[in-house]
Design a protein around this ligand. Sequence first.
Ligand code: XMP
Length: 344
Amino acid sequence: MKNIPLAYSLDDVLLRPRFSKIKSRLDTDIFMPLTQHYSLAVPIVATNMSTITEYEMAKTMARLGGAGMIHRFLSIPAEEEIVRKLKWDNISPIIASIGILDEDRERAHSLVDAGVNILLIDIAHAHSEQTIEQLKYIKGKHNVDVIVGNVATGTAVEDLIAAGADAIRVGIGGGSRCTTRTVTGHGIPNLTSLLEAVEARNAYFDATKIYIPIIIDGGIKNSGDIVKALYFGADVASLGYLLAGTDETPGELVKNGDDIFKKYYGMASKEAQAEKGSIKKGIAPEGFSELVPYQGPVESIIENLVGGIRSGLSYSGANDIKRLREIGEPILLTSAGQAESKIN
Ligand code: XMP
């Protein structure tokens, strides 16, 4: 047992407050790279789930300085139509998802024709031969940036970078609607996963001067988590739960007495499988569905998150994220410290 490594979650750490010369939170800069060729003024993307991102979310997130990633659980013409509408609105970058099957190659062609800037090859366990073949095929055929995910280890990041990924999404089993860890016994707490990914990315950068952004995904609960992830080397945070229940998500309002909700479910849940047409035999669901409170416009959520990130920079005395990474000082918490911090 003594050789089994310990793994950490963002909940296990905080950053030490430091002397600050920052006069106003507005003096901070949170511009970050999203892929090799695209950056965001706000380092937040709405994740590609059918209960989070279609046209309205992608359009609004772009207006707010972030981006929305269109999900792939809709017909090819329907996904293509969303990309075309975003293109008419002059949105950039437009990001849309594909899977790893042969038919996803057709999906990729249609999305590229419609004007997509970034394809996300989205699969629950992306450190696989099929994913790498798909990535090589797409990069060989189309002139678009490709994000690949999700993975949880440094070797996965090395292999995907070597195969041509322009950004990598990291996080397995930490999503709020996710049961992968309990169903499969696999996964890595998000901080350790992120540290492995960042180490692999940085080694590649040192050798080539090519910077591949890391997108942290799953289980981000507040702006403090985003600040900590940025400090540890993530470039962008991908959000589901925090944006669920807003006006811009697909789906109807559900009324229960005076309370209003919207549905939010995992893409590997029974609900999502049913949405795709059938519940396949022999495949255990790895996600669940829940009603989440209606939250109004996503703009107010993003404003609060951005305010929190800027405030976080000022607590470290950093005017941007590059500086935060240079001077930030992490500390490890005990369970008493976590309770005092109201972390869970
Ligand atoms: P949050 O915590 O922001 O997480 O709601 C969103 C991320 O969760 C992942 N996801 C799933 N993971 N089973 C899983 O194991 C699922 O059914 C599922 N659906 C979504 C996904 O990476 C998303 O971005």
